[in-house]
Design a protein around this ligand. Structure first.
Ligand code: ADP
Ligand code: MG
Length: 339
């Protein structure tokens, strides 16, 4: 693809919303006693609940709920008291039950924001929601020449999905946002934040519009970026591709695209029209999850100091430069050492 001139790029504004999946570091899976460990022998953590055998029943995992609430509190979300889970129905080989248990219209965490820093500027990235769900199994397409292999160990492991409002305006803001989220989940000890191994995954919804126009353009969803710098590269490529298409009089197709890290481009995976109708309905096998005020208070009391709070303290109280304060709040260990 030819590169575009800074003048042309400057005529447009990018609109970006991110969806981040984060694997929770619980001992057992989201709704069963199977171990949720990473890297076990394939298909060894697969009891009847994970495989969706008839007559089995899922159960809430308190540890997973606590972890999700911690993220919600850290992002200043409103935590929902009455939570109904939902079934998202679709067929895929890595989904043994034929549906995923998720939260549809009652997400656990609502609203909230994450503060990012671009140079000396501060910006709050508003969140739409954070909801809980279970992961699918994993299809392996490159281990066997003639067959696809499936590992169901991951099926049913707990995830949170963090969804932002379409308020991100550049690849750099997206880069900083994912960096903050990774820092946060690591501070909270709820996810190892490893994008290469897929314990943290980011999908980027991207559209462009002529500067000054209020109406959003058609969005494209880009998947399969396995590092934060690839999130940035994928967004930059996609912004340019969309601007060129629009300048050529083409219509942007609403579709899902995949990032190719070797070529540095994105390619079409599926058109949005062909996406399943998931036929969500309330999960009949799980009682509603009630988050009591007592539970919230107990979790609040356990919350560690968070990176943003420490950054302000290192700058304000200890009179450190922004550069030093940022470096010293990179990890909890480093921050603790300095305190
Ligand atoms: P869908 O129903 O296709 O999943 P949602 O409205 O749930 O779309 O939004 C999914 C993500 O896409 C959110 O992060 C949201 O902020 C973002 N988004 C929505 N519309 C646009 C747009 N026009 N351009 C870029 N991102 C968008
Ligand atoms: Mg959506």
């Amino acid at each position: 693809m030819k590169t575009i001139s800074p003048e042309l790029r400057d005529k447009y504004e990018a609109v970006i919303g991110l969806e981040i999946h984060s694997q929770l570091l619980t001992k057992s899976k989201a709704f069963s006693s199977d171990l949720a460990e990473y890297g076990a022998m394939p298909n060894t953590n697969v009891n009847e609940v994970s495989l969706g055998h008839p007559g089995t029943l899922p159960k809430h995992n308190k540890e997973a709920v606590i972890m999700a609430i911690k993220v919600g509190l850290a992002c200043k979300c409103k935590i929902r008291e009455y939570n109904q889970y939902a079934r998202k129905n679709y067929f895929y080989a890595d989904l043994p039950k034929g549906y995923q248990i998720t939260q549809d219209n009652t997400p656990l965490c609502n609203g909230g924001h994450v503060t990012i820093h671009i140079g000396d500027e501060e910006k709050n990235i508003e969140l739409t929601r954070i909801h809980m769900e279970e992961d699918s199994g994993k299809s392996l397409h490159d281990l066997d020449l003639n067959n696809s292999l499936i590992d169901y160990n991951r099926a049913g492991t707990p995830l949170i999905e963090i969804v932002t409002e379409p308020v991100i305006r550049s690849s750099e803001e997206a880069y900083q946002f994912v960096t903050e989220i990774r820092k946060l989940v690591r501070f909270l000890d709820i996810c190892d934040g490893n994008m290469e191994e897929g314990s943290l995954r980011c999908d980027a919804n991207i559209s462009v519009r002529p500067k000054g126009r209020e109406e959003f353009g058609t969005k494209v969803e880009v998947k399969n970026m396995n590092s934060i710098s690839n999130v940035k590269k994928a967004i930059e490529y996609e912004i340019d591709r969309q601007i060129i298409a629009i300048e050529n009089g083409e219509k942007i197709a609403q579709e899902t695209r995949s990032f190719d890290a070797l070529k540095g481009n994105t390619f079409s995976m599926r058109a949005k029209e062909l996406v399943n109708d998931y036929r969500y309905f309330p999960e009949p096998d799980l009682p509603p999850l009630i988050v009591s005020q007592k539970m919230l208070d107990d979790i609040k009391a356990e919350m560690p100091a968070l990176p943003e709070e420490l950054l302000k303290r290192f700058e304000g109280e200890f009179k450190l430069s922004r550069y030093d304060a940022t470096n010293l709040t990179e990890t909890k260990e480093l921050a603790k050492y300095y305190l």
